[in-house]
Each structure stands twice: as C-alpha cells, then as structure tokens.
Design a protein around this ligand. Structure first.
Ligand SMILES: *Cc1c(COP(=O)(O)O)cnc(C)c1O
Length: 453
C-alpha cells in the first residue's frame, strides 16, 4: 500500500484500537480527533499539514517548545551512555545531579529527593510518607488528610481521594479513603469589593478551625499553591500559603505542596511556594520537570522526615515504595537540560514581560457581557464565561460552550482546551508577543461565537 497517511486515515486507525484519556469516546463521532505528526517550538502539525499553536503546553507540561534542541541533544547523549538502570541498590549520574540541583533551587530546608515517574505517583509518595512518618514517630493515629474544595491531585486512587473536583471524583467515591475538606481560598467567590488578600485570609479561618478540631488525627494538609489548575484555573493570594504554613506548624501537621502544574516558573517564581515565603514538608514536582518531553516526578522532603525512616533494617521503618522506572536516566537528563535553560536564559524575567502581554492582550474581555472574570498568576491566564455576568450564573454545563471555543480555535490554528466554560492560556515560555496577540484575537472571536445565543 502506498497510501500517504492523512488525518482521516490516522483517525480511523486510532479510533479502531485506542481508548483516549479523559475522553467520552463517542464525542469523536462528531468531533475530529487530531493526529499530530510533528512538533516544533510552540507549533504542532497534523497529518494534513495544518499547524496549531499549542496554547496549553500539551496539558501543562511543555516549557521551552516541542523538540527543543537543547533537551533533545541531552537525550541523545544520555541514550548512548545509559538507557536505564534500577534505582534500588544502584544509582546513576543524572539522578544524583538532578537531586542536587533541585535541592539548590527548591525552598530552603528540602534536602531529600524521592523519584517516581508521574505526578499522581509523586502525590501517593507524599501521602504515604507523611502518614508513615507519624507512624514511625509513634503517632499512628495521625492518618487523615485535609484537602481544599475544588482541588486536583491526580487520578490514582490515593491522589483522587485527596482531590475534590466532582467530575473526576464522584464516580469512584466508594473506592476512596475519606478526607476532611476545607473551603477553597478560590477568589472567584470573594465578595464585591473584597481583595484577593482579604478573601484568602477569610478562608484560612475555616482551615484553622478544621485543624484545631482534628489535628490529632491529621497527617497532612495538601494544597495546590496559588492556582487550582484542573479546578477551572481558580486562583488565590500568597498570604494563604504563609498563614497555612504557620497553622500547620502550630498544630503539628505536615504541609504537602502539589506544584506539579504550577512549579518551574508558571506563576512567576520558580516555585509558587516562594511567593508565600514558605517551605512545605513535601514538594511534589512533575509535568514541566523534564521540559515536558518525558514522564518523571520528584517528591522533595526535609531531613526531619527522612531521619524518621533511617534505622536498622530489623526495625522495619523503611519506605518500601518503588516504581519500575523510578528516576529514569532519560527523564533526569531532560530535566537537567531544562534546568540549564532556566539557569542561562533569564526565563523568569522574560516570562514577566510575556505575562504582561497576555494581560494587556485580554484586558478588553473583562468588559464582555458573558465574561465574569479574567484572572492571572504569571504564565497562567484564565477567562471565565458565564450566562449572567451580574449574578455569575454559569451556562448549563450540558451546553458545552467551551467546546465551541475549542472548535473555533482549532479552525484558526490554535490549540485551546477550555475547562468547561473557562478558557485559559498556559503557553510554552517560548511563545512570542505576536503569537499571544493572535491567541487573544482567536479567543475573543471564539467567545463571541460561543455566547451569541
Ligand atoms: C496533572 C496534575 C497531577 C497529576 O499528574 P499526572 O502526571 O497527570 O499523574 C497532580 N496534581 C496536579 C496539580 C496536576 O495538575
């Protein structure tokens, strides 16, 4: 056969055998699946030769463009040296060097790195370690977790249990461990005229109450610092981090910071925790860690935690958790190349300028009759469509207005993937001001179309 593969042919082959993530497969009876044959910088190219600007960094992972030459070169080098080796009883240079550099970059006091191979696993590691720490310290009663409403921490059962987005969670409710839930500091719900700062503080009072009541039974509080990404890109003020850290110390409860989505410069600082001036007891990293090209995750923790596991083997205090590809050499090499780019290219100050461009390019949307809010933390900007601007009444979800924006954007050569009716930009950091302007134009048109009737 000499059929050149095009979109149609690839889609047919795909739909005959694949089951896609986070997808109602029946949607593809009417919604074309887009097979991609090449990625370069911010662009993805399909099998018909059409190009799409990847405005969501391929699910929030890509930092410096697809096929970044510096990351690719590091991978080629590594592949010729060592493909993979187990990390129990053995070690390798990329894992060691990456751990050293992560510890240097992370908030002070995080001194140990435990690798896994995806974000959900990093969360499982933090949850298990926290509980296990208390158990090793003679406090097995501290076995519960406090989570925030509207939070998301991944899809494996432990991570899903501490998440709070109903769409993903509710179906599996009977399988999930019970948790305690504090109201989210999500500032979308602030009163008219109230500042982000004041609202976030007001919600902290609820968290403090929960801690006061339950701290004897609580191992850790788990949060997404500053932005609840999967929870519709809802945002809050750094003061919440500062005060939550103090409260956790007061009540002897660990703080787990899930920076899987917001780490590595997304919110303006290398890690979002820096804006609250805090060091969590556990810092979970994945997604952008490898620049977005390979799966790898890391859970960073303190020496205090580490020491509670360090003992004679017979005492059975070790953390006996592993994944086959823990600390994969290729992933670690990609991560090192990614950190080199951060070290050499003044990424954060460049991002500050790009974030400003995103802000001004979308400012006009705040006045749109069906936009409740345009909000931003650094390189994440979100636009929330509503049916009624005054009362912030959402459109009935069944209408899937965000999907209309998605379709329009695709036709215009832009990959947006709204969360419900929330359209957001979370682009690779190599996007240009001109591309941001284009993105804003396509988004404005998309919102017009989606809210017309
Ligand atoms: C994506 C994400 C996860 C899960 O990471 P996976 O690699 O998809 O398992 C956990 N927490 C947050 C905040 C995320 O955005």
């Amino acid at each position: 056969m000499n059929m050149t593969p095009n979109n149609q042919a690839m889609m047919q082959r795909d739909l005959a055998v694949l089951w896609h993530p986070c997808t109602q497969m029946k949607d593809h009876e009417t919604l074309p699946l887009i097979p991609i044959r090449r990625g370069q910088g911010v662009w993805l190219e399909d099998f018909d030769g059409r190009q799409y600007l990847d405005a969501i960094s391929s699910w929030w992972v890509n930092l410096f463009g697809h096929a970044n030459p510096r990351i690719t070169a590091a991978l080629q080098q590594q592949l010729q040296t060592l493909d993979h080796v187990l990390l129990a009883g053995f070690s390798h240079a990329p894992a060691i060097e990456l751990a050293e550099r992560l510890i240097q970059l992370a908030p002070p006091g995080l001194q140990r790195v435990f690798y896994a191979d995806n974000g959900s696993s990093a969360i499982e590691v933090a949850l298990k370690m926290s509980y296990h720490y208390w158990r090793n310290s003679g406090r097995p009663d501290k076995s519960r977790f406090i989570t925030l409403a509207n939070s998301y921490h991944g899809e494996t059962l432990g991570a899903l249990a501490v998440g709070n987005v109903a769409l993903y969670r509710d179906t599996y409710g009977p399988l999930l461990m019970p948790t305690l839930t504090a109201p989210s500091p999500d500032c979308y719900h602030r009163a008219p005229g109230e500042t982000w700062y004041d609202y976030s503080l007001r919600r902290l009072a609820d968290m403090e109450q929960l801690l006061e009541q339950h701290h004897h039974a609580v191992a850790a509080v788990i949060i997404e610092p500053l932005v609840q990404c999967a929870g519709n890109m809802r945002m809050y003020d750094p003061v919440y981090l500062t005060r939550l850290r103090q409260a956790c110390d007061r009540y002897q409860v660990h703080l787990i910071a899930d920076e899987i989505a917001v780490g590595f410069g997304r919110t303006g600082t290398m890690f979002a925790c820096e804006q609250g001036g805090i060091t969590p007891d556990f810092l979970c990293l994945a997604k952008g860690l490898t620049g977005g090209c390979l799966p790898l995750s890391a859970t960073l923790t303190t020496d205090t935690i580490y020491q509670a596991f360090y003992d004679d083997y017979q005492n059975l205090t070790a953390f006996l958790h592993s994944h086959s590809y823990t600390g994969h050499p290729l992933g670690c090499s990609a991560a090192l190349a990614t950190l080199d780019i951060f070290a050499g290219d003044q990424v954060l100050s460049r991002n500050a300028a790009l974030a400003q461009v995103m802000r001004s390019a979308t400012a006009h949307l705040a006045d749109h009759p069906h936009v409740a809010e345009v909000r931003q933390h650094g390189m994440i900007l979100a636009i929330e469509m509503v049916q009624d601007k005054q009362t912030r009444t959402p459109y009935p979800w069944q209408q899937r207005r965000g999907l209309r924006v998605y379709r329009h954007a695709l036709q215009q050569g832009v990959l947006l993937r709204p969360l419900g009716d929330v359209i957001y930009f979370m682009p690779p950091y190599v996007i240009t001001p001109e591309q941001i302007t284009m993105l804003a134009r396509v988004t404005t048109e998309g919102i017009e179309l989606a809210t017309r009737d």
